[in-house]
Design a protein around this ligand. Structure first.
Ligand code: HSE
Length: 400
């Protein structure tokens, strides 16, 4: 029997307990040994919970128990999760986590400590919730040189953009409705400003290149400036708007960014709606592959944590390879990246805009008082210089 502890009995932690209980037979069979939850760490008591007798308040009880071989860290945040995780790994206990903040901030250090102590730090649930994406990158696509990853990695913003598109609604009212229904957090900043997607693409980019992509270095723009009018134009262009997180290696330069993009309806990510997430991975031999599913939610996320528990149970005392070195990657600034841009200007600036942008495809849509167009391909730097000269209303990048 393998003894497991769950640290953090919130949404994901209670989901982990539920998954282990409900799928006991499958999980035990696939682990090769029975998995038993010995402790649940939380500050609170849960007197009416069926697992009330397993709840402890002192992490020392878990860390000092040699029987505990695997810990599920479902606390979230850096403190005290970082300290607890580090101590668990130093004690040779494997840790499985859904904590993207911690993985993005300290992933390579924690992986190294784990490996030095013949245990594992696994984080399948940290990106894309229940979608298997870390394991494919680590184990399946090992014959590939992966040169691009593009994903919809945040369910809240995808839900908001989908609603705005379908209902012609504005950002603020859709956000409020999402909060009232419990889909969006009361403090939605991490989601709507793109910070959550930024942590997740930092993790995927690091696995893509085997070195450390710092989330602080990734250009990040959220969806708060997207309006109903943008969707009117997008529709006229046969496109939709999605918050994309992407990283690409072009001619030895590594780019990573999070921003809203206009994408055509024939792009596979245009079909990813509501709270769903998807990740497109491009390998130099395989070409494109796509991973799609529930990127958030109690049971999908818990299922991914438990899949890591099974992996750890199969590898007690052994290291599961993960190539993510401590060496920081120098990202190339996005001002060098080149693309087309959708631009809105006040109607009186039509001539000036056409003169400054030289060549542009005009977009006809029912938005009074404005002139809109798509630029030729140009670098972000060139675009910013021209946009400043014209004085634009807004712009959205176009993903080809
Ligand atoms: N807030 C996140 C989202 C939860 O909306 O996708 C999953 O990481």
């Amino acid at each position: 029997m393998i003894q497991v502890a769950v640290m953090g009995y919130g949404t994901v932690g209670s989901g982990v307990v539920e998954v282990i209980e409900k799928n006991k037979a499958e999980i035990n069979k696939k682990s090769g040994e029975d998995i038993n939850i010995k402790y649940i760490l939380d500050l609170r008591d849960f007197p009416s919970d069926p697992y009330a007798d397993k709840v402890v308040h002192d992490v020392e009880q878990i860390l000092s128990d040699p029987e505990v071989k695997i810990i599920c860290e479902t606390m979230g945040g850096i403190k005290p999760a970082y300290d607890f995780t580090k101590r668990a790994l130093l004690a040779g206990k494997s840790v499985c986590t859904s904590n993207k903040e911690l993985v993005a901030a300290h992933g390579p250090e924690l992986i190294q400590i784990a490996h030095e102590h013949k245990c594992n730090y696994l984080f399948e649930a940290s990106v894309g919730g229940g979608i298997p994406i870390i394991r494919p990158l680590n184990y399946s696509l090992t014959a590939e040189k992966i040169d691009a990853i593009t994903g919809i990695l945040n369910g809240t913003t995808n839900y908001i953009l989908t609603k705005m598109e379908r209902e012609g609604a504005d950002f603020a009212s859709v956000l409020k409705e999402a909060q009232d229904k419990g889909y969006a957090e009361r403090n939605p900043e991490a989601d709507v400003e793109g910070y959550d997607a930024c942590r997740k693409i930092a993790i995927l980019s690091s696995l893509m290149c085997g070195k450390n992509v710092k989330y602080q270095d990734i250009y990040t723009e959220g969806i708060t400036k997207i309006t109903e009018a943008d969707f009117v134009y997008a529709k006229a262009m046969g496109k939709t708007i999605k918050l994309l997180a992407q990283s690409k290696e072009v001619d030895g330069n590594m780019y990573a960014m999070v921003a809203p993009f206009m994408i055509s309806y024939d792009h596979p990510l245009s079909m990813v709606n509501d709270v769903f997430n998807a990740v497109c991975v491009h390998g130099n031999m395989l070409g494109d592959s796509m991973y799609y599913g529930r990127g958030a939610g109690k049971l999908p996320t818990a299922s991914a944590v438990v899949s890591d528990v099974v992996d750890c149970a199969r590898h007690i005392g052994k290291v599961i390879m993960c190539f993510w070195d401590n060496e920081d990657v120098e990202l190339t600034g996005i001002e060098k990246a080149s693309r087309r841009f959708f631009v809105r200007v006040p109607e009186q600036k039509e001539k000036e805009a056409l003169h400054i942008f030289e060549s542009a495809s005009v977009i006809e849509a029912d938005v009074p008082g404005e002139f809109a167009f798509v630029t030729d391909r140009m670098t972000e730097k060139e675009f910013n210089e021209k946009a400043e000269q014209v004085g634009i209303i807004s712009r959205i990048r176009i993903e080809e």
